[in-house]
Design a protein around this ligand. Structure first.
Ligand SMILES: C[S@@+](CC[C@H](N)C(=O)[O-])C[C@H]1O[C@@H](n2cnc3c(N)ncnc32)[C@H](O)[C@@H]1O
Length: 239
């Protein structure tokens, strides 16, 4: 799986402004100035920048993709953000007030064991009273059990590109097929496998002795969870 190809396209497609307007209220409640935050699988860095700029946090942000990190460093640089290439499922150093893993990044791990490990490493790296935020796809929502197709034209520095994303559910997860078609030049196709994790599985992964509060919502702006919510957002507190 490689996101290297799509850092710039990802940033334009993911609508970071609207994402931040939904998520910002939650982050503001969970961290205070000068406290430390970790953004796991930070992508192009909008959450890391929000935490540094608007919550005045000291932020570590990692991503497996060198291109995502290069894009984040170029476009969302801040003196209090340390961007690094890194694998979210590996143990990390440091103690944090807030750890986030949002934008369905946990679904990109190759197995549920690694998802479990990522959550447990995160809980270990929280200070007492610290919070972990995990946001994934709700595989049980009817809308998420259908094939989804999105076509969009975006303008990059070197010309227009048309992008088609097709998300096809199967027995254990979903396949994301992306086609990049520039006005002139080579068509590029990319396949990514996403792992399905249900709400109960995620809550089970988070239910360990050190956790004193475990809340589940249906969206990044903390709407109540229903079986038809497209997203699962879990917020836990370490005792
Ligand atoms: C859908 S993007 C989400 C990015 C960002 N968190 C957001 O909410 O917009 C998923 C990101 O996960 C990264 N990723 C995939 N596997 C990873 C891993 N094992 N460790 C760290 N990052 C990973 C990808 O490179 C990509 O940037």
């Amino acid at each position: 799986m490689s996101f290297n190809l799509i850092a710039e396209c990802y940033d334009l497609l993911s609508n970071p402004k609207s994402r931040i307007s939904k998520e910002s209220g939650l982050y503001k409640k969970l961290i205070k100035p000068k406290q430390r935050a970790l953004d796991l699988a930070c992508g192009t860095g909008p959450q890391a920048l929000f935490l540094a700029e608007h919550c005045e946090a000291i932020v570590d942000a990692n991503d497996l993709s060198s291109d995502m990190i290069a894009y984040a460093k170029e476009h969302r640089n801040h003196k209090n953000i340390n961007y690094q290439i890194g694998d979210m499922s590996q143990k990390f150093d440091g103690q944090y007030q807030l750890i986030i893993c949002v934008g369905n990044s946990l679904n990109l791990l190759p197995s549920k064991d690694l998802a479990y490990q990522t959550i447990h490493n995160s809980i270990e790296s929280l200070v007492c009273g610290g919070a972990l935020v995990v946001h994934i796809i709700n595989p049980q929502a009817t809308q998420n059990q259908k094939v989804k197709r999105l076509e969009k034209q975006i303008s990059l520095a070197n010309g227009k590109i048309s992008i088609t994303k097709v998300l096809t559910p199967h027995k254990t997860g979903r396949n994301l097929h992306i086609t990049y078609k520039p006005v002139s030049g080579k068509i590029v196709e990319e396949d990514t496998e996403l792992l399905d994790i249900t709400k109960d599985e995620l809550l089970d992964m988070c239910s360990v002795a050190e956790v004193c509060q475990l809340d589940c919502y249906g969206s990044l702006d903390c709407q109540a969870f229903t079986n038809e919510s497209l997203d699962i957002l879990v917020v836990l507190r370490k005792s």
